[in-house]
Ligand binder design. Structure first.
Ligand SMILES: *Cc1c(COP(=O)(O)O)cnc(C)c1O
Length: 390
């Protein structure tokens, strides 16, 4: 299916809505039946019927069908946040007594799910360094039902060899879930590499404007229908029709946004690599990165996130650099217009809490601004940092 068709026409039936060019929003909580027989039919075919918006809604369906097409899966199901999607996907694959192997240091919410919530319900979790496929294989046990991947991963952008890990899992009857948010639906297609369930925080690249929370799970019709009837309807973390509509709108510009982000990020990374104030740029798309070949093999292009380690001895230097940036915004999340930084230093507390990453570590997201504009901002912030007396 062609990309241009997916983003505009697919699942949009204009004739049903006064031939409006932009799709409508079905802002309704429920749908009427004319006869008892019709209502009975809807109740018996819940996965296909418009009955109640905690189940199906046409605007949400539009988004789901487009993203399923982008990910190359039979079906997709949308949630009110990325964590709603991650939690439903994971919970759909486990029961008490099961064992999960999860990549080390996934997104904060997924980390809490694995470390705190699953164990409360009798599910055991082993966290492994996913850069070595052997770690996944060795951690697998008789009762392992799920491998959880996030590639590239949060903050450190470590990759897992998706094909090798899913091939092993399939042989053992172990399900695989991947968080594909950092790659976007355009630059990595995990389903084609054998992954069973592909998850996105739609809040990020899919929205593209930093104004909606959403999540999506993509997979076979059988798996998605099972999630629909259980985790989706029961936990109720559904997406509102209005937010689905905003995400459909965001999708229309996804390819041009991703292309722009990819290009600007290459320029900014090249600039940072030249700077003496930067000890290291952590980005799998640099030819000297140990996972460069794997990145080339399983991703179509680079995205807009990387981290740096500042060449700094004190927390004050790091703070001076970050506080001096005028165009980069300091905030969580990413995927919108604005370039962002997330300094690990913000997680260091006077109470002595130290995260597992060094205080010199800063995560970047490059947005849609001009590269020159961003580099000038970095330049002046480096100068302020250098002027600081030791
Ligand atoms: C933001 C994010 C999530 C969670 O998404 P929300 O929409 O904030 O719930 C999950 N995984 C990754 C990789 C993320 O960046």
């Amino acid at each position: 299916m062609e990309l241009s068709y997916i983003l505009n026409e697919l699942a949009e039936d204009r004739t049903a809505y006064f031939n409006a060019v932009a799709p409508p929003i079905m802002q309704t909580s429920n749908f009427a039946s004319r006869t008892v027989a019709e209502m009975r039919h809807k109740l018996q075919n819940e996965t296909e019927s418009d009955f109640y918006t905690r189940g199906n809604n046409p605007t949400v369906r539009m988004l789901e069908q487009k993203i399923a097409a982008l990910e190359g899966t039979e079906e997709a199901i949308a949630f009110g946040s990325g964590m709603g999607a991650v939690s439903a996907a994971v919970l759909s694959q486990v029961k008490a007594g099961d064992h999960v192997v999860c990549v080390k240091r996934p997104y904060t919410g997924a980390n809490k799910l694995m470390r705190h919530l699953l164990p409360r319900f009798g599910v055991e979790v082993t966290m492994v360094d996913g850069r070595e496929i052997q770690n996944f294989f060795q951690a697998a046990k008789e009762n392992t039902t799920l491998f959880y991947l996030e590639s590239p991963s949060s903050f450190t952008f470590e990759l897992q060899d998706i094909e090798a890990i899913t091939a092993f899992a399939r042989e053992r009857g172990i399900s695989t879930v991947i968080d594909n948010s950092f790659a976007s639906p355009l630059f990595q297609s995990p389903a084609a590499m054998g992954v069973d369930l592909v998850v996105h925080s739609a809040t990020k690249y899919i929205s593209g404007h930093g104004d909606v929370l959403g999540g999506i799970v993509c997979g076979s019709r059988e798996r998605i229908n099972r999630i629909f009837l259980s985790e989706y309807m029961t936990l109720g973390a559904v997406l509102s029709p209005h937010d689905a509509w905003l995400l459909v709108r965001g999708l229309r510009t996804l390819p041009i946004r991703m292309e722009r982000v990819a290009q600007t990020t290459r320029q900014v990374v090249a600039f940072l690599q030249q700077r003496k104030e930067v000890a290291e740029v952590i980005w799998p798309f640099l030819p000297n990165h140990p996972q460069y070949q794997l990145a080339r093999k399983q991703m179509r292009n680079n995205t807009g996130q990387f981290s740096i380690r500042l060449q700094a001895d004190t927390l004050e230097q790091v703070e001076t650099f970050c506080d001096s940036l005028q165009h980069f915004t300091m905030a969580a999340s990413w995927g919108g217009y604005e370039s962002l930084i997330f300094p690990v230093a913000a997680s260091y507390t006077s109470g002595g809490f130290k995260p597992s990453l060094p205080f010199t570590f800063i995560r970047f997201y490059i947005g849609l601004e001009d590269a020159e504009y961003l580099m000038r901002d970095l330049e002046q912030a480096f100068q302020k940092m250098n002027q600081q007396p030791f």
